[in-house]
Every structure is written in C-alpha cells, then in structure tokens.
Design a protein around this ligand. Structure first.
Ligand code: 9MR
Length: 519
C-alpha cells in the first residue's frame, strides 16, 4: 500500500497540463456571454437551457442522461478535431459528464461518446478529447451526464480546435484546453506477462489520437481492441451502400475512418490488435437489414442478408488484412448471440432475416476471408451464470463441429460481489474442456464507491482472475481489460479498472502485477 501511495504522489506531482497540438487553431468557442448561441436542450421532456452570466449555459428540468445542452455543427468528415468544455455542478459530491456526438445519415441517428470526466461539487472541470467525424448528414455535439439523469449543471468555453486552415465556425478566441496526461514509472504488465499470453485493453478513438496516452499503453500492454471503432455502425457506410444498392441490393460499402488511428499506431509500434466485432445484434444500423438499406422498407429475406453478411465480412477482412497485414491477430466474429432469459439465440435482426444458422454462417465466411492464422472467437457475457453458460456451450459445440471457431472470449464485466470466483472458475473450466482457445476479452470489476475496502476487494478479484487464467496459460491468448482508466470506462461510476482518473495505478494494478510476478 505504501508503494502505491508514494507512486501516486510522485505521479500527481509530475502530471502536467499540455496544450492542444501546436498546429491546431480554435475554430469555435461558445458565445454564452450574449445568449445561448444556438445551443438547445436535447430533451423529450421538460429540460431547458438558459444563459448563465457572465459566460455559461445552465440546464435544468432533466429526466434522462441524454437530456443535455447540444448544438448542431457543420463538421467535416475526416477532420481531426479536438473538443473541450468546462462543466460544473452543485448537486452531487461528484458527477460524470461526457461530450458526445449524435450523428444522422438519411434520418437515422447514431451516437458516439468522445470524452468523459468527473466534476466534484462546485468545481469547473475541463473535458477534452479528439474526434474525427465519419460520413454523416448532421452532427450534434452535446454534453451529457453518466448516471445522473436529473442533475442540473452548467457548461462554458465549449471549444473546437482543428488543423490550421480549417474553416472557422464563429465566436473564436485563442486559448488552449488543459489535458492531464500520464507519466509512468511502473512495472510493465506486458513484460511480466511475456511468454505466457498477451495483456491488453480496449482503446477508444479519442485516446488512440493522443501520442502520450498511446506511449503509456504501448509500454504496459501488448494487444489493443478498438472499443467501438470496428463495430458495424462505425464501419458500414450506409449512404454509399444505399447508392450501390440501386444496382445490387447485396453490395456493402465500408470505411475505416474511426479505427484507422489505432490500427496505424498498432502497425507502427508492434502492438497486436484484437478485432471487435463483425456480427452483433447491437451497434449495427437498422437500415442494414432492410430493402435498399431503407429502414422504412421491409426487412430483406435470407438470401439477400446472407449475401450482405458475406460481403461485409469479406470487405472488412480483406481491407484490414491487406492494409494491416499481421496486425489483427484475432476477431470476435459473433458477439452476444445467446439470450439471458431463454439461453437460446436472442431475438435480433440477424435471426429474423437469416435464421438460426446465422452464427455458423458468419464463422464460415470469416474463415473463408480471414488471413491464414487469424483466430476466430465467439464472445459473450455472463458465462459464469449456469443457464446462460449452457446456451453458450451448446452454441460453441455446434461451431466446433463445423470446425470454424478457434476460441471463446469471456467478457467478465463483473462486480466485487458477483459472480463468485467459484462460479467464474467453474465456467472457465467448462469452456476449456471443449478444447477451445480462451481469452478474457472485456474485464472490468465494479465497486459502488471508491473506498479503500472496495479497492482491496476489487484488487483481490483481479488477482484471482489473473491466477485462474495463468493456470490455462498454454491455451489463453490474452487477458484484456475494458478501458485504460476509470473515468474513461463505459461504467465510470463503478471505478472498475486498473488506473484511476489521473492514471495512477490502483490496488488492482498492483494485484495483477503481483499475480504475474509470482508465477
Ligand atoms: O465500451 C463500449 C461503450 O463505449 C459503448 O457505448 C457500448 C455500446 O454498446 O459498447 C461498449 O462495449 C461493449 C462491447 O462492445 C460488448 N460487450 C459489452 C461492452 C460494454 O457495454
């Protein structure tokens, strides 16, 4: 514990605020000195924004996290923007905020989280992150909460930076955002893990664009997974697909704008990549399943959808295999196909259009188009729960009979109280007995409050899971955590990762290091 405190202090003293890239210029700054500057309440209810003198915008009357101040911006596809905002709240000891973007293509709205941060009561906190738009017709940037749906709060100095020469958007003054970056003096998990399996994490696009963050990640980890950027909603170019569909309703257009920063970095720095995910019921545009890629038209039939599936998998695997040879070593081919209640295939557009064999067909196409040696994974959560486990095992047995699956990914989004280590151990042992390769694909362990006692329990569970996987080291490909530090986690309110918001190592980090050291 003393070691942790000393390091924490050292890291805090060394942490520095860095400016945006020198070549960037501020192209927009919110003009809340004179009014609401085009900002409005994104709300289905009674949320309202008002100008708060001298230079802020206030929101109140919210009933959902996304009920938030937002504004339309004419962003340009492919431009590497940096966004920042200051946020303050007075109603909770601490609250989590996210800058997000809602984008629409042909009337279908989809969302991305850009950067997260925590504001303690009464303090202005700066959120700053990078965002490069994909191809959409409309972009709304907004500042929402995470787990605080009724909170009232204030924002000011919403700023957009872009490379010199990018068109200004109005209200511009020159000032750089503050970004806290990591400094490291830590044992290297990847060195401790070497010769056994890879240790990795998921990385969202905004972190992939930070050279300092990526250097930190490269030193600690040997494999990375794009958190959202290789999912179908990031990869499918629905507007271009719709054009192609006029000739051929099975043609599929893809782009890799969102994944490129991480893939480029991995390629240049010798990091492996685990691809996530080809076929999933979630984060896949509804239009993908409809005639002419038009969500207003009927769902397509089995043959058309199978052809679209083949074309999508072919395009993704061919592009990544050609542009990034040897970089993506494994793929989640299908994610979360088993239903939590029935333990059979969950109801989804894939099941509706293709039918029960959509999982085995996806694996067959992935095998056909993946570069030789690419490991093909089925990935799911709640494996430690016996009923769900039965369904997962049944699905895996079918794929093993087909000869198309290589491994099973245990997501392991856990709590310190659930599931028990006994249940986790039993689930790993059962799947291992099938003869598959194994990975922990999305490990995080939630606590209800950031107390020393909770952190100790969390550390114990992280250590136990590492020791469990070390027992299967000969067939484990990787253990991956789902994010770098708590404030950037998809469940930031649960402090579930190895590093805290300032990127200081938590007891969980030391427990993982110790488990690896002792073996
Ligand atoms: O971490 C991801 C988060 O940023 C997204 O908002 C979310 C949307 O579905 O997906 C999260 O990642 C999920 C992963 O892709 C599949 N398993 C569950 C993960 C946590 O929800």
């Amino acid at each position: 514990m003393r070691k942790t405190l000393a390091l924490t202090l050292a890291l805090l003293l060394m942490a520095a605020a860095l400016p945006a890239r020198a070549a960037d210029a501020m192209i927009y700054q919110s003009g809340f000195a004179t009014g609401t500057d085009g900002w409005y309440a994104r709300s289905a209810g009674s949320a309202k924004v008002s100008q708060l003198p001298p230079n802020a915008l206030h929101i109140e009357g919210r009933t959902a996290d996304w009920h938030s101040p937002g504004r339309d911006f004419a962003l340009v596809r492919g431009t590497p923007y940096t966004l920042s905002v200051q946020v303050r709240q007075d109603e909770a000891d601490a609250a989590d905020f996210i800058i997000s973007v809602a984008h629409a293509a042909n009337g279908e709205e989809t969302y991305e989280n850009i950067v997260r941060g925590t504001a303690r009561r009464g303090e202005w906190v700066t959120l700053s992150g990078a965002y490069t738009p994909g191809a959409f017709d409309r972009y709304v940037l907004y500042v929402e909460t995470l787990g605080a749906p009724t909170l009232s709060y204030d924002i000011r100095f919403f700023r957009i930076y872009a490379p010199e020469g990018t068109a200004n958007m109005e209200n511009v003054k020159d000032e750089a955002p503050a970004v806290i970056l990591p400094v490291d003096e830590l044992p290297r998990l990847k060195a401790l893990c070497a010769e056994r399996f890879d240790i990795g994490l998921c990385v969202p696009q905004y972190l992939a664009r930070s050279a300092e963050t990526m250097a930190f990640i490269r030193d600690q980890f040997s494999i990375v997974t794009p958190e959202n950027e290789l999912k179908p909603d990031a990869v499918l170019d629905m507007a271009a697909s719709r054009q192609l569909a006029k000739e051929d309703d099975t043609a599929v257009a893809v782009h890799f704008d969102a994944a490129k920063p991480l893939l480029d970095y991995a390629q240049a720095n010798g990091l492996k990549v685990h691809g996530h995910v080809l076929v999933w019921h979630s984060q896949t545009p509804e239009a993908f399943f409809h005639e002419g890629y038009d969500p207003a038209k009927p769902l397509v039939g089995r043959e058309v959808m199978l052809a679209r599936m083949e074309h999508y998998i072919r395009e993704v695997l061919t592009y990544t295999g050609t542009q990034y040879p040897g970089v993506i070593v494994s793929w989640d081919v299908v994610n979360e196909a088993i239903d939590d209640g029935t333990h059979t295939l969950r109801d989804s557009n894939w099941l509706k259009t293709v039918g029960e064999d959509f999982v085995s067909r996806a694996f067959a196409f992935a095998r056909q188009y993946a570069p030789e040696g690419t490991l093909l994974y089925y990935n799911d959560y709640n494996t430690a729960i016996p009923g769900k486990q039965n369904g997962i095992v049944r699905l895996l047995e079918g794929l093993i009979a087909d000869g198309t699956v290589d491994g099973y990914g245990f997501q392991m989004h856990h709590e310190i109280t659930f599931p028990t280590m006994a249940a986790i151990t039993a689930s790993v042992s059962r799947v291992a007995a099938l003869g598959l390769r194994l990975r922990v694909s999305e490990l995080d362990i939630g606590v209800n409050a950031a107390t020393e006692a909770n952190y100790a329990s969390q550390a114990a569970m992280y250590g136990d899971i590492m020791r469990l996987m070390l027992q299967y080291a000969d067939r484990v490909d990787a253990v991956q955590v789902w994010g770098l530090c708590d404030s950037q986690s998809w469940r930031a309110a649960k402090f579930p990762l190895l590093f805290d918001a300032q990127r200081n190592p938590k007891p969980a980090f030391w427990a993982v290091a110790e488990a690896l050291q002792k073996q």
